[in-house]
Design a protein around this ligand. Structure first.
Ligand code: NAD
Ligand code: IPM
Ligand code: MN
Length: 353
């Protein structure tokens, strides 16, 4: 029978509150869909860093590589500078496991009111495909003359042909598989950013292999405006690491709440496990109060099951999310409801049983 082993990294803050709800939903789904799961807990977090000076043990990367997938909550907590926790845990996982695609769906689910007037589920349904291994998130650079008037910081963006082509190719393949067959590229090639004319060149070159996909491109500044004014224009949107990061918070905001946005850090070659995590962070402002929305984590778990080949289970999980979102009593307060994290999570699991 089908069996999957999942590495759990709840991380910090609300990560530790929402991951158990994702597990609850997964266990309910496994029972009704005829597969089994085992979970290994990893306490990799800022708390662990405080105690031990490390986010993960020496052999941590080898440990997670033995699993079929990773489900992560969020990383980052006040007291540990973000650049330390992110370069210490999140970014190494994404890079060493060659998860070069960050797939972030933006969908206005039934039961949610968009902050945009007169927009319904048929208007907001697209995918952000974010480059996840290079670009603006580079290690090349540093600080000199610290603390003096000459203090200078430099960070080089790195765009390789291999890195750009593979993310574009993934985005074209995805667009080709969807009914609208439409791919939008996020760029900034109007003379300022040197890397972007190269991105555009590669976009054009790769597009030649996908004549049935309709393409367009917008500079990132006006693209953010179009996300708000014309969300119905988009089907698949591909962007660099930083542009994709920004677009994938803006998208969920127009689709109701950052508390529901899922993501998949995908290694398409499957030589290492892929990692699934909410788009949101550890939310120190609401952590420990049992009010965090668990939907982003549950939806991320659904993306995990889809990636593992359990498409029906994944669809059932998203349908269960939609049933709880239509009811004020089972949705959390970021969506105007009154459920706690656990009440919302239990309602999703019940809908799956
Ligand atoms: P955040 O996503 O943690 O919070 C932004 C706002 O959204 C907060 O007001 C928060 O309460 C709200 N929010 C987020 N998730 C929610 C949920 N599930 N339900 C209800 N409300 C929710 O972003 P931030 O404040 O910029 O970052 C906080 C920490 O998280 C930082 O250390 C940051 O580096 C880290 N972070 C980590 C990840 C990740 O691990 N992938 C992602 C983003 C931020
Ligand atoms: C995300 C987060 C991370 C990113 C941060 C925490 C480094 O914002 O997953 O979107 O920028 O990739
Ligand atoms: Mn982000």
């Amino acid at each position: 029978s089908r069996h999957y082993s999942v590495a759990l990294v709840p991380g910090d803050g609300i990560g530790t509150e929402v991951i158990p709800e994702a597990v609850r939903a997964l266990e309910a789904t496994a029972k009704t869909h005829g597969f089994s799961l085992d979970f290994t807990d990893f306490d990799w977090s800022c708390e662990r860093y405080h105690k031990t000076g490390r986010f993960m043990p020496e052999d941590g990367m080898d440990e997670v590589k033995r699993h079929d997938a990773i489900l992560l909550g969020a990383v980052g907590w006040p007291g540990v500078p973000d650049h330390v926790s992110l370069w210490g845990l999140l970014i190494p996982l994404r890079r060493e496991l060659k998860q070069y695609v960050n797939l972030r769906p933006v969908r206005l689910l039934k039961g949610i009111t968009s902050p945009l007037a007169d927009r319904g589920p048929e208007d907001i349904d697209f995918m952000v495909v974010r480059e996840n291994n290079e670009g603006e998130y580079s290690e090349i650079g540093g600080r000199i003359y610290a603390g003096t008037e000459d203090e200078t910081v430099v960070q080089e963006s790195v765009f390789t042909r291999r890195g750009v082509d593979r993310i574009l190719r993934y985005a074209f393949e995805l667009a080709q598989s969807r009914p609208a067959r439409h791919l939008t590229s996020a760029t900034k090639s109007n003379g300022i950013v040197h890397t972007m004319p190269f991105w555009d060149e590669r976009f054009k070159a790769v597009a030649a292999d996908y004549p049935d996909v309709k393409t367009d491109q917008f500079h990132i500044d006006i693209l953010t405006a179009h996300f708000v004014q014309h969300p119905d224009w988009f089907d698949v949107v591909v962007g660099s690491n930083l542009f994709g990061d920004i677009l994938s918070d803006l998208g969920p905001a127009v689709a109701g709440s950052i508390g529901i946005a899922p993501s998949a850090n995908i290694n398409p070659e499957r030589d290492f496990p892929s990692m699934f995590e909410p788009v949101h962070g550890s939310a120190p402002d609401i952590a420990g109060q049992s009010i965090a929305n668990p939907v982003a984590a549950v939806w991320s778990a659904a993306m995990m099951m889809e990636f593992l080949g359990e498409t029906q289970a994944a669809d059932a999980m998203v349908a269960a999310i939609e049933t709880v979102l239509v009811d004020e009593a089972t949705r959390t307060r970021d969506l105007g409801g009154r459920a706690s994290t656990q009440e919302c999570g239990r309602a999703i699991a019940d809908a799956l049983s």
